[in-house]
Structures are given as structure tokens and as C-alpha cells.
Design a protein around this ligand. Structure first.
Ligand code: SF4
Ligand code: FES
Length: 200
């Protein structure tokens, strides 16, 4: 497929072959929040922080997984799109532990950009620290279930350092990540695994 012209936030932009709306926006200096997206990993489109409004479509679309078509009219900063982006960030911020593990996580970065304060929602009950695996201790209180770690291990490193013993549908990801680690396959090549967590 050759390049495609479409409208993004009122300006005419050109998508190169196979680019997503998010990638085009980035190239044109238009910022759209994103969390489960990571350049080099297959887009999963599961966090919904990057949603945009597409003219003629009822539902908002994940810009990280959606490719533009010729003549499409897309808004990433309309009131509706921004309201949805802000809501996702606020909900995820209420999911993670209050005390941050690092000063500028991606979640905090985008929350600040969107001028969000303390989440209005009650915090989730955090899963207990899991020391059931002899090689890895897991604390998921900063996990936003973005699945980057699973995609990185299974699809990029192809080492299955973190993997599940069976292939399960995406909608079960939450329960996979909450699964005790003595039921999760961890390869001895754990040092090859470089997680890329966007949560705190
Ligand atoms: S552990 Fe980190 S990379 Fe993995 S799903 Fe949770 S937030 Fe994403
Ligand atoms: S960054 Fe697009 S859905 Fe998560």
C-alpha cells in the first residue's frame, strides 16, 4: 500500500506505508497518550489511552492499532477523545500503588500532560507479592496489565522467559498476570528479559 492522505486534528497529513494513526501523529508532533504501545512490539490496543475520534464512526478507535484510510477525518484532541483518554489514565492511576517506584513512569508522564490530579476512584485491592517461583519474585502493584512484558518475551525475544503454559485468549490476560508464578513458565535465560513497564 502506498502513502495515504487523511486529516488529523484539522491538518492534512500523510501516512507512510503501514503506519498507524499514532505513528503519523508522532511524526507530525501531535501528542497522543499511549501506554500499552511500544515501538517494535505488535500493537495490542488494550489500554485505550490513545483513543481518537474518527468521523462517521460511533466508537472511539485505538490510534496505536488503527491504520488510516484515504480521506479519513481523525480528532485526537476533541472533547470526546480527550475525555476518554483522561478517564483511562485516571482509572489506571487508581489501579496502581500510590507510592511510585520511579519518578517519571509513563503513566505519571501522561497523567501530568493531561493535567490529572489524584484519581477520584477508590484504589484497587493490590495482589499480594508472589514469591512462589524460585527464580523470580513478582509484585504486581504497579502493573496496569498492558501485556508488553508478555509480548516482548513471546514475540520479540522469542524466549518465553515469561509465558503461560497454554495459549489463552487476550481477554484472560488479567487472570494470567494474577496467576501464581509457580504455574508460569520461566526460562533459565531470565537475564535476556528486559521488561518495559509503563506503570509506576
Ligand atoms: S508487568 Fe509491566 S509490562 Fe507487564 S503487563 Fe504489567 S505493566 Fe505491563
Ligand atoms: S496505547 Fe493504544 S490502546 Fe494502549
Amino acid at each position: 500500500m502506498s502513502s495515504v492522505q487523511f486529516t488529523l486534528n484539522g491538518i492534512t497529513v500523510e501516512a507512510l506505508q503501514d503506519e498507524t494513526i499514532l505513528q503519523v501523529a508522532q511524526r507530525y508532533g501531535i501528542e497522543i497518550p499511549r501506554l500499552c504501545h511500544k515501538e517494535g512490539l505488535r500493537p495490542e490496543g488494550n489500554c485505550r489511552a490513545c483513543v481518537v475520534e474518527i468521523n462517521g464512526e460511533r466508537a472511539l478507535a485505538s490510534s496505536c492499532s488503527r491504520k488510516p484510510t484515504r480521506g479519513m477525518v481523525v480528532e485526537s484532541s476533541s472533547e470526546r477523545a480527550q475525555q476518554a483518554q483522561r478517564m483511562v489514565l485516571e482509572l489506571l492511576a487508581s489501579d496502581v500503588a500510590e507510592a511510585a517506584y520511579r519518578p517519571n513512569s509513563e503513566l505519571d508522564h501522561w497523567s501530568r500532560k493531561m493535567e490529572l490530579g489524584t484519581p477520584r476512584f477508590p484504589p484497587r485491592q493490590q495482589p499480594p507479592v508472589d514469591n512462589s517461583h524460585p527464580a523470580i519474585a513478582v509484585n504486581l502493584d504497579a502493573c496496569i496489565q498492558c501485556s508488553r512484558c508478555l509480548r516482548a518475551c513471546r514475540e520479540e525475544q522469542v524466549n518465553d522467559v515469561i509465558a503461560t503454559p497454554i495459549v489463552v485468549p487476550l481477554q484472560r490476560l488479567f487472570s494470567i498476570l494474577m496467576m501464581p508464578w509457580d504455574r508460569v513458565v520461566v526460562s533459565p535465560a531470565a537475564s535476556a528479559f528486559k521488561p518495559v513497564p509503563p506503570g509506576r
